[in-house]
Design a protein around this ligand. Structure first.
Ligand code: F6R
Length: 610
């Protein structure tokens, strides 16, 4: 969601904060601000819009400071304007505070503080924090203790960084439900919500856990729990390089990430496939694999694109492992008192590993004694750390807000897990080998699809002015239809819906006329003929048809306006291939419309609030 960066050391922090904010901009980007201590005076500079606007404003002020914090915001409470941007401050301006998360009881806290004479200027929930801290400081407590006491009154989630002109040698940070890391440098230290913000300066990081607080000085840090117990923190080495999170010559991260998929899915499989044994090795599940295979039921919980991957997972697991599987939105799962039994296994899928609903659902499942497993992309993320066991997708950093390569890697990992469980439950060596071989051939097949980029771009250009799109698929390709529609709507702002193709005649068919493009995912599989009937129904009503078909399908050309041919594979893996032309279609439509594909409006890469 929002992004946090902070610096304390001997260098001027301004360029470090601005470049860190630019790296974080993909997380939240409706306004930005910095707070620094200059000659022990607090200075706050804020600006609505992009970090580049803030940068221009800061340059005019000629500021210099050795300690500061910066924030890029994705609005939850209050409009994205200058007043609501962070840092927020107390009345006399001595405290600057940035906050990710949501203070749920802020109205109550605000009323109490107003009674004590505190004035509020913003519409945000976050503004209660500097006033609350001020209230404790004015009673003679240190900054650290005041932050601790203030947070003990707060309900909700937070990742915060605070500086105070009365104690200019430190940044105080704390975390509950919103990621916060400390970057260790030499005679300088950093704080951030995301490693990408500080990777240019250090690869040594410390992850704060929920309910932990730390004082970060130039040359050391002290961490404690919010209830004041001493704790030892481990320093981790980040293996990701800065180049890995750059655009690499592509005009957008999204295109770069689509094009990276042969490599990213290969990385998801690397060292995990045992071709001769028709099996897989998943180190992260080794300890729990037998229990997993004996599960009476598997539940998969996630949000958005990751939820779509979960739907494909359901089809895979039920087809091969024959374990009843359910897929549920994490936001629903966490609040509806789901029945979870100790012999259930629950997978939580998340690219970021920080999605608030998924994380809360995971905790709920764990509390109910289920085997709670993570499928995450970001190493060391909260979901990865909270899970009992799990599998990393290893897709590499995904910066474009619309998930692309993370999705296909999630599908690969779900296929690997299916193979692992199924082989333990009686799948034959022969069948195991077939799936393993097919998986191995996927990267090459993706290359063939990517070589059709220009062809897909030409099709996209014809449809960039339409208002609605329908995506239809059946079986394994129904979730692909949902994902194709989501990709289009989130980056091109064209209304799009995905349906199981046969459902069309139960309602959506009423929408079809010659202004309605319909995308069919129609590979030659056991239900191909049924999909052809659905295509005929659309044709009869004048709809424009774009079909994703498998090579050698010559029949389709006469039925549809455009066909995009992709290589054949077994049905369980078809979603990996079929989703890629749909990613490219959405991308080119959005580019043609002149939209910011990497940072679509109202969206954030990591949804760390409910
Ligand atoms: C869509 C998209 C979102 C995410 C969702 C869950 O392109 O990116 O729908 O899939 O917000 O995010 P993660 O996977 O990080 O839990």
């Amino acid at each position: 969601m929002c992004g946090i960066i902070g610096y304390i050391g001997e260098r001027n922090c301004i360029p470090i904060l601005i470049s860190g904010l630019k790296r974080l901009e993909y997380r939240g980007y409706d306004s930005a601000g910095i707070g620094v201590l200059s000659d022990a005076e607090s200075v706050i500079v804020k600006k609505p819009g992009k970090v580049s606007s803030l940068e221009e404003k800061v340059e005019l002020l000629n500021l210099s400071s050795n300690v500061g914090i910066g924030h890029t915001r994705w609005a939850t409470h209050g409009l994205p304007n200058e007043i609501n941007a962070h840092p927020h401050s107390n009345q006399n301006g001595t405290i600057s505070l940035i906050h990710n998360g949501i203070i749920e009881n802020y109205q109550t806290l605000k009323k109490g503080l107003q009674k004590l004479g505190y004035n509020f200027i913003s519409e945000t929930d976050s503004e209660v924090l500097p006033h609350l801290i001020d209230n404790f400081i004015s009673r003679g407590h240190s900054l650290l203790k005041s932050v601790r006491l203030a947070l003990s009154e707060v309900e909700g989630t937070y990742g915060i960084a605070v500086i105070y002109s009365g104690e200019p040698d430190k940044i105080v940070v704390a975390r509950k439900g919103s990621p916060l890391i400390i970057g260790i440098g030499s005679d300088e230290n950093f704080v951030a919500s995301d490693v990408s913000a500080i990777l240019a300066h250090t690869k040594q990081v410390v992850y704060l856990e929920d309910n932990e607080i730390a004082e970060v000085f130039r040359d050391h840090f002290n961490a404690k729990t919010i209830s004041d117990d001493e704790i030892e923190k481990e320093v981790h080495e980040i293996s990701m390089s800065l180049e890995e999170i750059d655009k690499g010559g592509y005009p957008h991260f999204m295109l770069k990430e689509i094009m990276e998929q042969p490599e990213s899915v290969r990385n998801s499989m690397r060292g995990r496939i045992l071709l001769e044994e028709g099996n897989v090795k998943l180190g992260g599940l080794a300890e729990v694999a037998d229990r997993l295979a004996k599960s009476k039921r598997i539940i998969i919980s996630a949000c958005g694109t990751s939820w779509h991957a979960g739907l494909v997972g359901e089809y895979m697991i039920e087809q091969y492992a024959k374990i009843p599987t359910e897929v549920e939105y994490a936001s629903e799962f966490r609040y509806r008192n789901p029945i979870i039994n100790p012999d259930d296994s629950v997978f939580f899928i998340s690219q970021s590993g920080e999605t608030a609903d998924t994380l809360a659902a995971l905790k709920e499942a764990k509390n109910n004694g289920a085997l709670a497993l993570g499928i995450c992309n970001v190493v060391g993320s909260s979901i990865a750390r909270e899970s009992i066991a799990g599998v990393y997708t290893h897709a590499g950093p995904e910066i474009g807000v619309a998930s692309t390569k993370a999705f296909t890697s999630q599908l690969v990992v779900l296929a690997l897990i299916t193979l692992l469980i199924s082989r333990k439950r009686g799948m034959s060596l022969e069948e195991g080998k077939k799936i393993a071989e097919e998986l191995n051939s996927i990267p090459e097949k993706i290359n063939l699809i990517l070589s059709k980029n220009d062809e897909i771009k030409n099709i996209a250009e014809k449809y960039c002015n339409v208002k609605n799109f329908l995506y239809l698929g059946r079986g394994y390709n129904f979730p692909v239809a949902l994902e194709g529609a989501l990709k289009l709507k989130e980056i091109s702002y064209i209304h799009a819906e995905g349906y199981p193709a046969a459902e069309m005649k139960h309602g959506p068919i009423a929408l079809i006329d010659d202004n309605m493009p319909v995308v069919f995912i129609a590979p030659k599989d056991s239900i191909y003929d049924k999909v052809i009937s659905n295509i005929e129904e659309v044709r009869a009503r004048g709809g424009n048809i774009i079909a994703i078909v498998t090579e050698k399908d010559e029949n389709m050309n006469r039925l549809v306006d455009h066909s995009i041919k992709i290589p054949d594979t077994i049905p369980m893996l078809m979603p990996i291939l079929a989703s890629i032309p749909l990613q490219l279609l959405a991308y080119h439509i959005a580019v043609k419309k002149g939209l910011n594909v990497d940072q679509p409006r109202n969206l954030a890469k990591s949804v760390t609030v409910e």
